[in-house]
Design a protein around this ligand. Structure first.
Ligand code: SF4
Length: 253
């Protein structure tokens, strides 16, 4: 298991104060204005990174960010199990939006071989696989950042209904910025259309939420957008956002 050491309560308290202040400052601002405010450097975190899966809805946050600072680092966690369509889509968006600092982050090969030499961990223990290929990798890549920016939305899952626009990632002792926290599916689709954003190639093939190919299936009419993720498992999240939300309890989505 990855672990972040050296986090002290005083630092977490200071982050909470900053998060409260920023939430007050951005209250009533649009997502774009909020992001602009946060990235104004003198007011917000000084060294944030965007974390993007380059999934079905990722273009929205990346487009907003590109209008403000196309050189802001974007971390892409390459698990080695992405759909080829996702990897091509990353290149499409990079060109389309003029992103100049996409950082592809992956577990080091020796560690992957030691823990999962047969590349079967996603079958035997999906939580351990996500920990190895996503959570521990993000932990390492965020060490140099004081904040990360995500596309999380409350309407995406029961595990996300309580997120704030700006909150404290207590496990990593960072600020976490969620500009789209209060956006609905309709808001997302309207923004994509209004800005003529390229679509993920799988979005029209029944994949409204796209992760690694072994753990993502298309959804049927009437199913929740994330119903195709870890369909055979009682698992709702990879653990990047909140490790306690990994396992579903009773009401799946
Ligand atoms: S989503 Fe699946 S393949 Fe990807 S890291 Fe998690 S368990 Fe492994």
């Amino acid at each position: 298991m990855s672990s972040i050491s050296g986090i002290n309560q005083q630092h977490l308290n200071a982050l909470s104060v900053t998060a409260d202040r920023l939430n007050t400052e951005v209250s009533g601002l649009s997502a774009e204005a909020m992001l602009s405010h946060i990235l104004s450097r003198t007011l917000g975190p000084t060294n944030p990174s965007v974390v993007s899966s380059f999934g079905a809805d990722s273009a929205v946050l990346l487009h907003m960010m590109s209008k403000i600072d196309p050189a802001l680092p974007v971390i892409f966690l390459d698990t080695g199990f992405h759909f080829s369509e996702t990897l091509r889509y990353r290149e499409t968006l990079q060109r389309h939006l003029g992103l100049t600092s996409i950082r592809v982050a992956a577990v080091d090969p020796l560690t992957a071989k030691r823990i999962d030499s047969g590349r079967q961990l996603h079958i035997t223990s999906p939580d351990a696989c996500c920990e190895l290929r996503k959570v521990s990798v993000l932990d390492r890549y965020l060490r140099m950042n004081d904040a990360w920016i995500t596309g999380q939305r409350r309407s995406q899952s029961v595990t996300r209904t309580n997120i704030h626009r700006i909150e404290v990632d207590r496990a990593r002792a960072k600020l976490k910025i969620n500009p789209l926290a209060d956006w609905t599916d309709h808001d997302i689709e309207a923004y994509k259309v209004a800005n003529a954003l390229p679509a993920h190639p799988l979005a029209k093939q029944g994949y409204p939420s796209i992760g690694c190919w072994p753990c993502t299936t298309p959804v049927r009419a009437g199913e929740h957008a994330r119903a195709g993720r870890w369909r055979a498992e009682q698992k709702l999240e990879c653990g990047l956002h909140n490790r306690s939300d990994i396992i579903a309890t009773s009401s799946h989505l």
